[in-house]
Write a protein that binds this ligand. Structure first.
Ligand code: ACM
Ligand code: ZN
Length: 619
């Protein structure tokens, strides 16, 4: 009933509670869908007991115990006997009136805390309560009295990582998954194959990883600007044992790993290992790509051998990955080689296909049939609409939202990940390239992501049920290190999490950015994790014509951080003046003053500057 109610409110666009009023009250991301703030606190002491009902509940209760022990030096007892007062109970036995396994209830009272929900719901209740712990790691822990009933807006909440262009250690993949879990993301889309590298061991075709996993050199700097190479061999791959470790690690955090095997395009690394799968009678040799972009050499759609090898590969992938969805790519497949390949042209003729677009559709449908036979479903980038969608395919809409809308109108399920919604986390995070690290271009701030609604405008009401969720992507052409992945992920992941989970009426940018993100970033700031410090709030790059001007209302983007400024156009640092309340600027006739402000966090990290030019000249 509760679920029905939330769905109905969702359709009507009505907030479950008055978000504007309460959003400042509890610091949880994504913001829960029903919150009632009370008076007072629950205070921990050494005799607070963590209680649980079932063995499954115990696993989650243990996670809280560990969290408190590691962060607040308090080693609490854990027990299957429910202690009435001074206790925290984890229970999946309680009926919370929702059939959604991701739903949970969290009530913090003065003398006890209760968290109710099924496996994933209980885990999400844990994530919520963890975020309510204080920034300071003193042993005085007080949590606000509050009652929360919560469940997600979308069932699919995804985050992607491209390990083809650059790969990252298993330990980092786990850390990445930890971040997803903290913000209730439940799918990890692992982009495992690319032109520049094949990253997953396939036992029947070992050369895929051994040859396709390596390239002789890599482009350095910007492709379009200098096009120079590092002259250094790069590569590696994940063994099936390592993949199993990641799958289990993610599963323990209620995250499904969706593997992606790219076909028919983005296949150069595979072709470098097995050139016979390319077009023509004498294909190859091919080399694993060393630059970025889209390449003409793709899998031949005419040869039976191609389908034999690809279905063998997919069989190993299906055995390894329990995910219902298997991602088969489908994007950016040039048709040039197919146009002149006798095998591809034969295939077109024999199957009465109109053109190479229908040949792409033939390719995808044949792969889909095989995957469906194994009890799984395909998901592919929106190019799989070309020439006709495979009957059971789910579409990942990335080139804007047109593909998503078209697929939903045809009755297909859709995951929204449009670059135009800011969901390409490889895009730069500020407007000025000179203030940002090298990136592929584009422009997506965490505010842009926050303001995106995954439900495309104009989609008919009766088709909206096909929008299953939302995802953001980290493509790694220009992201070589784990640190840079973190920088591109944070804080945009927090915005993704809220648009995926929270009903639109419960969203509130000011509470999100100024309060809740600022609190989360203050916690992250205490760790070695890299993140992008948002620019100071309350000012944008601007020119103001005045002889006297007072800058006020600036707020640091991280709790506990300070704002420093200059008036001489130098880049501010902690060596400069600290901003407190306001700065009065007086500008002589025909002169200007350049006010630049930065945020510097307790751990010494610095934001980009924001600049206001105060000009005492005629406009
Ligand atoms: C894509 O960005 N080529 C899916
Ligand atoms: Zn061919």
């Amino acid at each position: 009933m509760k679920k029905l109610m939330i769905s109905a409110m969702l359709l009507l666009g009505i907030a479950v509670s008055n978000a504007q009023q309460i959003n400042n009250s509890v610091s949880i991301i994504p913001y829960p869908n029903q919150v009632n703030v009370g008076v007072g606190n629950f205070e921990f002491d050494s005799s607070t007991r963590i209680c649980y009902i079932s063995k499954e509940d115990k696993k989650i209760a243990e996670l809280l115990r560990e969290f408190i022990k590691n962060n607040y030096a308090l080693d609490l007892a854990i027990s299957d006997k429910n202690q009435k007062g001074n206790s925290i109970l984890f229970s999946s036995a309680q009926n919370i009136g929702s059939t959604n396994p991701e739903a949970y209830e969290l009530s913090i009272n003065k003398d006890n805390i209760k968290i109710y929900g099924q496996g994933p719901g209980l885990f999400y209740g844990l994530q919520s309560i963890i975020q309510l712990f204080p920034i300071s790691h003193s042993t005085s822990i007080k949590l606000p009295v509050v009652s929360i009933k919560d469940e997600p807006r979308f069932s699919y909440r995804g985050m992607h990582l491209d390990v083809g262009r650059h790969m990252f250690p298993i330990a980092f993949i786990k850390k990445y998954i930890d971040f997803l879990a903290s913000y209730k993301i439940n799918r990890f889309h692992w982009h495992l194959t690319e032109d520049q590298g094949w990253r997953i061991e396939i036992k029947k075709y070992p050369k895929l990883a051994q040859i396709g996993g390596f390239r002789n050199q890599t482009l350095i700097g910007n492709y379009k600007v200098n096009g120079d190479f590092d002259n250094t061999r790069y590569g590696g791959f994940y063994t099936q044992e390592e993949a199993k470790e990641i799958i289990q690690y993610a599963m323990d955090r209620y995250i499904t790993v969706i593997p992606e095997i790219e076909l028919p395009g983005h296949a150069l690394a595979a072709l470098s290992a097995y050139p016979e799968l390319g077009c023509g009678d004498n294909p190859g040799p091919y080399t694993t790509a060393q630059t970025w972009g889209v390449f003409d050499d793709v899998f031949c759609a005419g040869k039976e051998k191609t389908f034999e090898v690809l279905t063998d590969i997919l069989d190993e992938i299906i055995t390894l990955f329990p995910s219902e969805y298997i991602h088969i790519g489908g994007d950016e497949c040039p048709k040039k080689k197919w146009e002149t390949c006798p095998h591809c042209q034969n295939r077109i003729k024999e199957n009465n296909l109109k053109n190479e677009h229908e040949l792409q559709s033939y390719f995808i449908q044949r792969i889909e049939k095989h995957i469906n036979k194994k009890g799984r479903k395909i998901i592919g980038w929106d190019e799989i609409l070309e020439g006709g969608l495979a009957p059971n395919a789910t579409v990942m809409s990335w080139r804007g939202d047109k593909g998503g809308i078209a697929a939903a109108e045809q009755g297909h399920d859709v995951i929204m990940t449009p670059n135009s919604y800011g969901l390409y986390f490889d895009h730069k995070q500020g407007p000025d390239s000179n203030r940002e690290p090298l990136s592929i271009g584009g422009f997506s701030t965490f505010e842009k992501v926050y303001n995106a609604d995954p439900m495309p405008k104009g989609l008919a009401m009766d088709k909206q049920k096909h929008i299953k969720g939302v995802q953001a992507n980290v493509w790694t052409e220009y992201i070589e290190t784990s640190n840079k992945v973190e920088f591109m992920l944070l804080p945009r992941l927090l915005s993704l999490s809220e648009i995926a989970w929270t009903l639109p009426g419960n969203k509130n940018w000011k509470s999100f950015a100024y309060d809740r993100v600022a609190t989360e970033l203050a916690k992250i700031d205490q760790t070695t994790t890299v993140y992008r410090v948002p620019e100071v709030y309350g000012l944008k790059d601007t020119v103001i014509y005045a002889s006297e001007y007072t800058i006020k209302g600036l707020v640091p983007s991280v709790k506990g951080a300070k704002i420093y400024y200059t008036l001489d156009d130098y880049d501010p640092s902690e060596l400069d003046l600290e901003f407190n309340k306001e700065v009065k600027i007086s500008v002589p006739n025909n002169k200007q003053r350049v006010f630049k402000a930065v945020v510097i966090t307790p751990n010494g990290r610095k934001s980009n500057y924001i600049k206001a030019v105060i000009s005492n000249t005629k406009k």
